[in-house]
Design a protein. Structure first.
Length: 235
């Protein structure tokens, strides 16, 4: 059970500064389990104590998990001096300190990306040991022959000699596929198709584990998901 200071609880839950949280506490606006609390350093039990501010319930979330349909042209990074990042385009109502994308998509790749402030979760998802499958819709600049498909499915050997794990490919048309991989090397899909002489015209991630890109989420849009929904990713 996690105990945290009431001023921190309020500042995170209400997205206000610690100073403003302290003012609310001093002003007698905050109750914990029915009692007015006056000391900012008093602790509350996350998920157990009932905290009200101005008689309205205040819920503290230790971490936040956001699904984004990443648009092309946006960097999957927390900050960048020149280019807009996925964190920059999160709407204010979901913004909080410490957000970063889980793993990387290339600047021109679209689709599902998770943004969070939970480092342990991010580590579990990105670690190759977790074997989490990521599926991408891919349009190629030429025809994928049966032989080329087999060579990638059996584990492509990249130009620098790196051996990839076996991949799964589902043909959609002669030059568009779903490809599923369970690791995340730099430019991996593009380099895998490069080994059979094909370029990638369009790449979009459609799922991470069992977590699918919601069909109604337009490029650039976000939705918050609960830790329970998120378990789909790593189950
Ligand atoms: N593979 C790539 O080549 N690019 C991505 O963005 C993701 C996987």
């Amino acid at each position: 059970m996690e105990h945290i200071r009431i001023d921190k609880y309020l500042s995170v839950a209400c997205k206000i500064s610690r100073t403003d949280a302290k003012k609310l506490i001093k002003g007698g606006k905050v109750t914990v389990d029915g009692k007015v609390i006056k000391r900012a350093e008093d602790k509350v039990c996350v998920g157990e104590s009932q905290v009200l501010c101005d008689k309205k319930p205040v819920t503290y979330k230790k971490h936040i998990y956001i699904l984004m349909n990443k648009p092309s042209g946006i960097l999957s990074a927390a900050t960048d001096k020149r280019v807009k990042t996925v964190v920059d385009i999160i709407p204010d109502n979901l913004k909080r300190d410490g957000l970063f994308p889980v793993g990387r998509l290339d600047k021109n790749t679209t689709g599902l990306i998770i943004i969070t402030d939970d480092g342990d979760f991010a580590h579990r998802v990105t670690s190759p040991k977790s074997n989490i499958e990521k599926c991408y819709y891919t349009e190629l600049d030429g025809e994928l022959t049966e032989e080329a498909k087999n060579s990638i499915e059996n584990g492509a050997v990249l130009a620098d000699g790196t051996k990839c794990r076996p991949a799964k490919i589902q043909m959609l048309t002669k030059n568009s596929v779903y490809i599923t991989i369970s690791e995340g090397k730099y430019h991996q899909i593009k380099r895998m198709f490069g080994t059979v002489g094909l370029g990638v015209n369009h790449l979009s991630r459609v799922s991470i584990g069992k977590l699918k890109l919601p069909s109604n989420l337009e490029e650039g849009e976000c939705v918050e998901i609960s830790p329970d929904e998120l378990k789909l990713t790593i189950s």
